[in-house]
Design a protein around this ligand. Structure first.
Ligand SMILES: C[S@@+](CC[C@H](N)C(=O)[O-])C[C@H]1O[C@@H](n2cnc3c(N)ncnc32)[C@H](O)[C@@H]1O
Ligand code: SF4
Length: 372
């Protein structure tokens, strides 16, 4: 098994970005004490079912968890430490927005136990930051990153590329500047237009297929040359600096999802549970409404194949057999697997099955026809 993590979803942001469909609402007013109590209660309920596990990662995601007080973050970390054994090298990540990350706040979060900070920067161009609805400038974001590198052992930054009117050359120049920041982890997302967002309603278009492919390949090549190589479709790191919590999602690990809209996957008495907390914030606060399903081994296997193919290392045969008890090919059409290898989309060898960069561009379509 690859570990056991706890994901905490904090659903508030200072304002809503026009591209974002995450479960997050703009709000300055939240009753933090009520939230602490709700997280604490939800953690206790889960602990009663998973007491045999050891926590290897904690992830504060959102929304904008840097809007939480460091005290609340400390309270949640301490609650988790009181409920489960925790590994010595536990990874504790927190997602933050440059608008709520001054140096004092970062020092307090570090003291509370956070050892990995992920900063939403999005662009190194003020006009594009404005277009993306961001409330910070490039200068502010760079200042936050500079301080973050002094305060946290591990720092990552998020960027969005494939913005309207952004040419391949524009992104090449910007990515060069991003790589000069010498961060050891980068999340580089192509802009997607999600239904229900402001961009969707305005008719903002994502890049054409050909440009999207060129942007992806350029990103892949430049990050590889800089030693911050892709280890998942949109995630890049110096070897050993991968986000261990996110690897749980992609490599068949177990985690609990705590907070509105949080998802979890964990085993109890040999069963695979898929849990989804209600995305309705008020409902979740009222009674922690959640749905839970027991996954069949086939469902679990298909999910693992789909997620693992997103990663550089792909489906690891040994790990897959440990989790599922059968080889991955048992769940695939043999002829299709062979065709995809011949066409250069997938590689299959003794270690496992992986997608090539070309395969990653059409991963959803590949999985749609590959799975038996
Ligand atoms: C929870 S936010 C990160 C922390 C903080 N809320 C912030 O935005 O600064 C997660 C990340 O998802 C990415 N993201 C969200 N919606 C996206 C979209 N439609 N297309 C591409 N990237 C997106 C952004 O890079 C964003 O930083
Ligand atoms: S991108 Fe971040 S700050 Fe913007 S709305 Fe989404 S979660 Fe909030």
């Amino acid at each position: 098994m690859t570990g056991f993590g706890v994901y905490i979803h904090w659903p508030f942001c200072r304002s809503k970005c026009p591209y974002c469909d995450f479960v997050s609402v703009p709000s300055k007013r939240f009753d933090e004490n009520a939230w602490r109590a709700a997280y604490g209660e939800n953690l206790k309920t889960y602990a009663a079912r998973t007491a045999d596990k050891t926590v290897s990662s904690i992830f504060f995601g959102g929304g904008t968890p840097s809007l939480m007080s460091a005290d609340a973050v400390r309270f949640i970390i301490e609650t988790i430490r009181g409920l489960w054994p925790v590994t010595d090298d536990v990874e504790i990540s927190l997602e933050g927005n440059p608008c709520s990350l001054d140096a004092d706040k970062m020092r307090d979060l570090r003291q509370a136990g956070v050892n990995r900070l992920s900063v939403g920067v999005q662009a190194l161009n003020d006009a594009d930051l404005k277009f993306l609805g961001r409330l910070h400038t490039v200068e502010q974001a760079l200042d936050v990153l500079k301080n973050a590198k002094r305060i946290f052992p591990r720092v990552s930054a998020d960027f969005i590329y494939g913005r309207p009117n952004q040419t391949l050359r524009d992104w090449e120049a910007e990515l060069n500047r991003i790589l000069e920041l010498n961060l050891r982890h980068l999340s580089l997302y192509q802009l997607t237009i999600e239904e229900g967002t402001f961009f969707y309603k305005k008719g903002v278009q994502p890049p054409e297929e050909e440009l999207a492919a060129d942007l992806f390949e350029l990103t892949d090549r430049m990050t590889y040359q800089a030693g911050v190589e892709r280890y998942e479709v949109s995630n890049h790191a110096v070897r050993g600096e991968e986000c261990r919590h996110n690897l749980l999602y992609w490599q068949g690990g177990e985690w609990l999802g705590v907070g509105p809209a949080a998802h979890g996957r964990f085993t109890q008495n040999g069963r695979f549970y898929a849990a989804a907390q209600s995305p309705d914030i008020a409902l979740w606060m009222k009674n922690r409404t959640a749905e839970e399903n027991v996954l069949t081994p086939k469902e679990k296997a298909e999910e693992l194949i789909f997620m693992a193919l997103r990663t550089r290392d792909g489906i690891d045969r040994t790990a897959f057999a440990d989790i599922i008890g059968r080889p991955p090919e048992d769940f695939m059409h043999a002829g299709t697997l062979l065709d995809y290898q011949t066409d250069g989309f997938l590689v299959s060898d003794k270690k496992g099955i992986r997608a090539t960069a070309k395969g990653l561009l059409i991963l959803n379509a590949l999985c749609g026809t590959l799975l038996a």
